[in-house]
Design a protein around this ligand. Structure first.
Ligand code: FE2
Length: 241
């Protein structure tokens, strides 16, 4: 299968906990292309206090890599967005148009800390929708509150959130609890799309095995929807006004 669109990947070098060097960036992109990805969106962390990246910083790093990617003969097309840590600072940037939504401008990737959801997060998601942005929630299966009862995601879905599966959760990369949560959410057809969340070249093998597992669980047509059709639609989504 080809034509996959990766909505979440840390391939830009030396900007967060992803690729450390340009060679690693190129190895990741080549590896992802080899296993079926034709489009890979860079989503470096924007997380104040940990990865102090703002939009202009990330745009400069991406521009600096674009020529290297072109010269490196990489077969997939690349784009820039960001994995927005959902604190007050980054929320403000999203609302004011100072963040990095997906290229169409109508959806943005957000993540939480592992142990608890932010307070009143569903209200903040409504605010995002009013600002024209659909929140795409990174790896919901990896948040601790979801392990005991995934009904905690319902208010977020009601507020317009799209759930983005990290495929490697399906093969135990993060442990048994996220794996079980991912299987349950898949069964419930709760995911809008799936992604690699790859951080290093060595992750590609894991992603490949995980896509095979995904296909075993849901079949070829649903795998294509999760990794191709739906991510493409989110990538092209225009602001909802
Ligand atoms: Fe990530």
């Amino acid at each position: 299968m080809r034509g996959f669109v990766d909505l979440h990947c840390h391939w830009i070098a030396a900007i967060d906990d992803g690729a450390r060097t340009v060679d690693e960036s190129l190895a990741m992109l080549r590896g992802l292309h080899d296993i079926g990805f034709d489009t890979v969106v860079a989503t470096p962390h924007m997380r104040p206090g940990m990865y102090d990246n703002d939009r202009s910083h990330l745009e400069r790093a991406y521009l600096a890599m674009q020529r290297t990617v072109a010269e490196g003969g990489i077969g997939c097309s690349v784009h820039l967005a960001s994995e927005h840590f959902f604190d007050d600072v980054v929320f403000g940037r999203l609302i004011r148009g100072e963040a990095l939504p997906y290229p169409g401008g109508g959806a943005a990737l957000v993540e939480f800390g592992p142990a608890a959801f932010p307070l009143r997060v569903q209200h903040r998601f409504f605010d995002l929708r009013r600002a024209g942005l659909a929140p795409v929630l990174a790896h919901p299966e990896r948040y601790e509150p979801v392990w005991s009862d995934d009904a905690c995601l319902d208010p977020l879905i009601d507020a317009g959130a799209h759930l983005l599966l990290d495929v490697c959760s399906l093969t135990g990369k993060y442990g048994r609890a996220p794996q079980r949560a991912a299987e349950k959410l898949l069964e419930d057809e709760a995911y809008e799309a799936a992604c690699s969340d790859a951080h290093k070249p060595g992750d590609v093998d894991h992603v490949k095995r995980s896509i095979q597992r995904l296909e075993e669980l849901v079949g070829a047509a649903e795998t294509r929807r999760l990794l191709s059709d739906a991510p493409l639609a989110l990538l092209r989504a225009e602001p909802v006004r």
